[in-house]
Design a protein around this ligand. Structure first.
Ligand code: GLA
Length: 731
């Protein structure tokens, strides 16, 4: 039993393998947060202390008890306007204009398993999942909040979301509806967040939480390159290997906000949810609003420990089970040809790639409508047979005849000004009335909040997917959303558009998934602008970045690894000099970096020398050999953030500890430099491991405590890969 509701003490306990989460409604009905952290067997309510703090007011019924203040108490879901001055979890305007929300305990129940979140991505139940539902009510305004906690014991994860229900007889407007609020009575925490830009996504930044509020988020209509919907709070001394860390990751791909506040007495609050800027959702009597989910996790095993828990929950309960099998190694046409191709050129790529052992050809942007550059055609999902020189059916058949699968690029949520679709339906784009739209990459954004738009795009995509033999879709999203105005909604409902847009996108993904269960969709958004757990629910992999330079990818993939598994990171070997940075990097290094991801190539194979083709053939073979280990293994960052600027090292260990793949890339060679010693992790101490390609054997204990000097890389950007296999496994 991972959930206990203690009738005598009133304490609700959620227990996972290593953690405990506790709450309790006090005598005033305020749902207090008691504890979240390393497992104890105690009733942790002794942690809640009160004191008379000036300027922290008291609820009316406690007016004679000046030590009792909502401003001080650790809470599960803070209201607003009623004396808690910290960041709030929920804000609502009632029919009379009042903005106060004061939620009090109304009931609790538990459920075996969990229900799906209708219309939104969610963390799928496992055999062990149990659910706690706590109902809070504000009887004055008639608002009910159902707080849901889904417990995943083996992964040390608690998933939270909230359902807000209007139980009054009048309309109310929700202005903020966080998915989770987490209070800590004390703690000197650092926050890690993942910022970035196009071509440099998910760069970790770590800083001590100051007094006051720190917030990260996106108002771009997408989870964004600029701020990933994932934050970590860790102890000041936490490292990759040790220390207590908490994570909060949204299962959502739209606007989001993560707020952290250190209050006047050192308490820490974390609130995570849909970004309230521009958000206003009208609830008629009897209607409910569902927030997206947030995945909470705690580890006392440092940042690597926390990352492993996120990798596991995403691989096991978010990404659909059918994608656990090895996925095809692909060649993508984008950096090989950009918009300049016909069927013959694509078939030549496929042939050359097949000879190197690749399994799928992906035709990127430019195959539809009028689309020879990025100025036109989006929305016109009709095959340009004149450009190709044949039908898509014929092209896909010929690719299949070579023994390869076939994939196609789409950007379903976009519309070019110069497109037949826009000429026919200008009101299908998100545009403000009487105002010129903001343009980006010459395109506008479709109004996915409209059912007719979703339906049209669905049918247009189905027409192509039905005609040709297509096993894969690359689903792109190449601009931030602006002019968030739907011509189908009345003036007072425009604050719903951004979220309704996401619901429309998810609906389209769901409809396609239902019709084509074997179709693999790779997410993409100008590279990694929508790399989030919401998209992973539909897409087992996401293109990590438009920056394909292996050296830049070291930072991008490392930053991504804090929250997301390597099996989800779209990563390809591209040309050198690199198209984004001009950097020259050896094929060996490009291969090793791409192998810590989904692995594929994105270059013109006809420009490769025979030796280079042989090297890629060998890389594909190696990838196939290690594919299961890479996709399913346990990942460790071996170098600390900012600690070592001369090389980056990481490793993946198989679940049974019998095998390990260690990678190191030299980023800065120095004269007379120290040896790069690295200590391995996740091995079995008593086991003997042989280094592949040599007869050298080491015990797991020696490799983990003594380490190895990886000094084979003697030039900038050179890489080394070491494969250790237990001698018992080798037999
Ligand atoms: C985005 C993607 C690229 C490519 C182009 C096509 O930038 O990230 O991989 O598909 O669009 O226009």
């Amino acid at each position: 039993m991972s959930i206990q509701v203690n009738e005598r003490t009133g304490v609700f306990s959620l227990t996972t393998a290593h953690t405990l989460y506790q709450m309790k409604a006090d005598s005033s009905g305020v749902l207090l947060h008691l504890y979240y952290g390393q497992k104890t067997d105690e009733d942790m309510s002794y942690l809640v202390r009160t004191a008379d703090r000036g300027f922290s007011g008291n609820p009316y019924e406690m007016r004679n008890e000046r030590t009792y203040s909502l401003d001080q108490l650790p809470q599960e879901y803070s209201g607003s306007g009623v004396g808690d001055y910290r960041v709030s979890a929920v804000q609502v305007t009632g029919a009379n204009g009042s903005r106060s929300v004061d939620l009090r305990f109304a009931g609790v129940r538990t459920e075996k398993g969990r229900k799906a979140l209708p219309g939104m991505p969610f963390v799928r139940e496992s055999d062990e999942t149990e659910t706690l539902i706590v109902t809070l009510q504000d009887k004055v305004i008639g608002l009910e909040a159902e707080l849901r906690y889904h417990v995943f014991p083996s992964q040390d994860v608690i998933v939270r979301s909230v359902r807000l229900l209007n139980r009054s007889g009048q309309e109310m407007v929700i202005r903020k509806a966080a998915s989770a609020c987490l209070d800590f009575p004390f703690g000197e925490y650092d926050v890690l967040h993942f910022h970035g830009r196009h071509c440099m996504e998910r760069i970790p930044e770590r800083m001590p939480l100051p007094r006051g509020v720190v917030s990260f988020g996106s108002r771009r209509g997408m989870s964004s390159h600029h701020s990933n919907p994932f934050v970590i709070l860790c102890e000041r001394h936490a490292t990759e290997k040790s220390g207590e860390c908490y994570g909060a990751m949204m299962v959502y791909s739209g606007n989001h906000l993560e707020e952290m506040e250190v209050d006047q007495v050192g308490g820490v609050r974390l609130v995570s949810g849909i970004h309230p800027d521009g958000f206003a959702w009208t609830l008629a009597p009897g209607e409910a609003f569902e927030t997206p989910e947030v995945i909470l996790s705690f580890s006392a095993q440092g940042l690597n420990g926390l990352s492993r828990q996120y990798h596991d929950i995403l691989r096991q309960q978010v990404i659909a089970a059918r994608w656990r099998q090895p996925r095809p190694v692909l060649i993508n046409s984008w950096e090989a040809a950009y918009f300049d191709f016909d069927a013959e050129k694509i078939l030549n790529f496929a042939r050359a790639a097949r000879e190197m052992g690749m399994e799928m050809l992906v035709l990127d942007d430019g195959w539809f409508g009028k689309r020879d550059d990025d100025s036109s055609g989006l929305g016109d999902w009709v095959v340009n047979e004149r450009k190709l020189g044949c039908s898509m059916r014929e092209l896909s058949d010929r690719v299949h005849e070579m023994g390869m699968k076939f994939g196609l690029w789409f950007e379903p949520e976009m519309i070019s000004e110069d497109s037949d679709l826009y000429r026919a339906h200008p009101d299908w784009a998100l545009t403000d009335p009487d105002r010129k739209p903001v343009m980006s990459r010459n395109q506008m954004v479709l109004d996915m909040s409209r059912e007719d738009v979703v339906d049209y795009i669905y049918k247009a995509m189905c027409a192509v997917l039905d005609e040709a033999r297509i096993e894969y879709v690359k689903w792109d999203f190449n601009r931030s959303v602006a002019n968030v105005y739907s011509h189908a909604l009345p003036a007072n409902r425009q604050g719903e558009v951004a979220h309704r847009f996401m619901l429309g996108t998810y609906r389209l993904l769901e409809r396609l998934e239902a019709r084509y269960p074997d179709l693999m969709i790779e997410g993409c958004s100008g590279g990694g602008g929508r790399f989030d757990a919401g998209m992973l629910f539909y897409c087992p992999q996401i293109w990590c970045s438009d920056d394909t330079d292996a050296v830049e990818r070291l930072e991008i993939q490392r930053g991504t690894s804090y929250g997301y598994p390597v099996s989800a990171m779209g990563s390809h070997v591209s040309a050198s000099p690199n198209h984004q940075t001009g950097r020259i990097v050896s094929l060996n290094t490009r291969g090793i970096v791409a192998q810590s991801g989904t692995f594929g190539i994105e270059l013109n194979p006809e420009k490769l020398s025979e030796t280079e083709k042989d090297s890629i053939r060998e890389q594909v073979r190696a990838y196939h050999r290690y594919q299961e280990l890479i996709a399913d293994g346990t990942y460790y960052r071996l170098t600390e953030l900012d600690e070592n600027r001369d090389y980056v090292a990481w490793m993946i260990t198989s679940r049974d500890g019998s095998e390990a793949l260690v990678s190191l890339v030299m980023t800065h060679v120095r004269a007379n430099s120290p040896f790069p010693y690295i200590r391995l992790q996740g091995l079995l101490p008593g086991e003997t491991y042989q280094l592949e390609g040599t007869d050298r054997c080491f015990t797991g204990a020696a490799l983990m405590h003594g380490g190895v000097a990886v000094d084979q890389a003697r030039e900038d950007y050179e890489a080394v890969q070491l494969h250790f296999v237990s001698t018992r496994k080798k037999g």
